[in-house]
Design a protein around this ligand. Structure first.
Ligand code: DAT
Ligand code: MG
Length: 149
């Protein structure tokens, strides 16, 4: 099964949206295999957002993502990378489709409450940046036969 890295960003934590966001993934049928709260350091932020280094919004992005704790998680499920991206909605909440997390909870692009990996390569890189292998739980979801045919 595919894995993806998801994070409730500082605004999501401060606004009391941790439970609401995790609930959507649980109810979708995705398996949570890693979960923790942490405060991102500037070093980790620069690695995580390395692809955006040099862009005009980079400094503000690092300041924001390090400003308050985040909740990081690893989710597992069939095609979960694209599935989660779809559930998140477009980067700019103003352009996010109805029913998506960013549409429901965000207004500004720089306060879009959630991160999710955008490709298998990003997922592998981001999971290893935030989690040790022993922090990822291996277990069977007993409901799997009621989620997958
Ligand atoms: P996503 O988070 O949807 O993968 P991204 O990887 O392109 O989007 O950008 C990472 C974050 O940087 C994004 O969640 C919000 C911020 N960001 C992106 N483009 C921006 C812009 N034009 N102005 C301000 N912030 C931006
Ligand atoms: Mg991205």
């Amino acid at each position: 099964m595919e894995r993806t890295f998801v994070m409730v960003k500082p605004d999501g934590v401060q606004r009391g949206l941790i439970g609401e966001i995790i609930k959507r993934f649980e109810q979708k049928g995705l398996k949570i295999v890693g979960l923790k709260m942490l405060q991102i350091t500037p070093e980790l932020a620069s690695k995580h957002y390395g692809e955006h280094q040099g862009k005009p919004f980079f400094e503000g992005l690092v300041k924001y993502i390090t400003s308050s704790p985040v909740v990081a998680m690893v989710l597992e499920g069939k095609d979960c990378i694209s599935l989660v991206r779809g559930m998140m909605g477009a980067t700019d909440p103003k352009k996010a489709a109805p029913g998506t997390i960013r549409e429901a909870f965000g207004i500004d692009i720089g306060r879009n409450v959630i991160h999710g990996s955008d490709s298998p390569e990003s997922a592998a890189r981001e999971i290893s940046l935030f989690f040790n292998e022993e922090e990822i739980c291996k277990y069977d979801l007993s409901l799997a036969a009621w989620i997958y045919e």
